[in-house]
Design a protein around this ligand. Structure first.
Ligand SMILES: Cc1cc2nc3c(=O)[nH]c(=O)nc-3n(C[C@H](O)[C@H](O)[C@H](O)COP(=O)(O)OP(=O)(O)OC[C@H]3O[C@@H](n4cnc5c(N)ncnc54)[C@H](O)[C@@H]3O)c2cc1C
Length: 297
């Protein structure tokens, strides 16, 4: 039976009892794919796990149905579905006109948003880099992940469509933005210069980023007990940003709002040249994926 779609995905991992089973796999505001179609989640298994930094773990997922997912635009996100309550694999929904519907007799999976660092539909693999942070349900799954573990993936969502005429890009973010920054370094127009500013918790949080001619990378270490991305904000306030640059920033939701305001109001960068994304929010589990840092949150 299809319930009224009033239950947000956030209730999926709280263990709260639910009578409502219509759960948005891709929240409204972002289409499931560049074509706007909802893509059903497909089952995957962990092929390989490796640490690529002190706080970043790379997981290679494989599954023969990955070939059915659209590749999407650079930085376009996926939804990762994980099993809960001791289940071996996540329950998959049936796609209906009302949205994805889960069976009444199985637990709704944990659902979170990530960036495919690499996606090879023909090779049926997807690589996802996860930040290890305290208190995260996905973080806990990733810490224990091993070859053969089951999950599911849907997407990919709309990403960053770079203007080919742009001569210089400025990319800012925290550790959660590193996968997207890696993708952008590989895909932004080859003729453009790229200036990257990344806030990290300490020096050990650095990861290797793709090499690119004309790119500079500045690692900014957060001061002890400072709010997330305060140091990134300060660095962007003082950075040289040419009038015709385009700026992309993804970090904590509150911080990204302050950064956006500084870029547009104080640095006088045209709003249509600034893309901001709230990738997570302090003290909020499963922060929404459609946070563009514009509105009060
Ligand atoms: C479009 C998009 C793309 C993203 N891509 C990636 C990606 O490729 N890799 C990646 O690691 N993350 C990425 N994120 C961020 C990721 O979705 C969130 O960090 C998510 O909350 C992690 O889920 P969780 O189950 O581990 O933690 P949750 O259960 O959602 O949160 C538990 C607690 O952890 C805190 N928390 C969540 N994330 C962080 C963090 N990064 N640092 C410190 N505290 C945190 C929350 O405030 C909350 O208090 C992306 C987010 C979006 C919207």
């Amino acid at each position: 039976m299809v319930g009224a779609p009033t239950c947000a995905m956030a209730c999926a991992d709280t263990g709260a009892s639910q009578s409502v089973r219509a759960v948005p796999i891709m929240t409204t505001g972002l289409p499931a794919s560049p074509t706007g179609r909802k893509s059903p989640p497909v089952p995957v298994r962990v092929r390989h796990v490796e640490d690529i930094g002190a706080y970043m773990r790379r997981v290679t997922l494989e599954g023969d149905q990955l070939r059915f997912l659209p590749v999407g635009q650079p930085t376009g996100h996926i939804k990762l579905l994980l099993p809960v309550n001791g289940e071996v694999e996540p329950t998959l929904p049936t796609m209906t006109a009302e949205g994805p519907v889960f069976p009444d007799d199985r637990p709704v999976p944990l659902v979170r948003t990530f960036t495919p660092r690499r996606f090879d539909p023909k090779g049926e693999t997807m690589v996802v880099d996860f930040v290890n942070h305290p208190g995260g349900a996905t973080s806990a799954w990733v810490r224990a992940a091993k070859s053969g573990d089951r999950a599911a993936v849907s997407g990919t969502g709309r990403g960053y469509q770079a203007d080919p005429a742009t001569k210089s890009f400025v990319l800012g973010g925290d550790e959660s933005a590193l996968p997207a920054v890696g993708v952008l370094l590989e895909t932004l127009p080859a003729s453009a210069s790229v200036q990257v500013l990344i806030e990290i918790r300490d020096e050990a949080a650095r990861v290797d980023l793709p090499e690119r001619r004309g790119a500079t990378i500045e690692w900014i270490v957060r001061e002890p007990n400072a709010p997330p991305s305060q140091a990134l904000h300060r660095a962007l306030r003082g950075a040289h940003i040419a009038e015709d640059s385009r700026v992309w920033v993804a970090t904590e939701s509150g911080a990204v709002r302050a950064i956006r305001k500084t870029l547009i109001q104080d640095r006088a960068i045209a709003p249509d040249r600034v893309v901001t994304r709230g990738y997570w929010k302090v003290n909020v589990s499963n922060h929404r994926d459609g946070d563009y840092g514009h509105d009060p949150d």
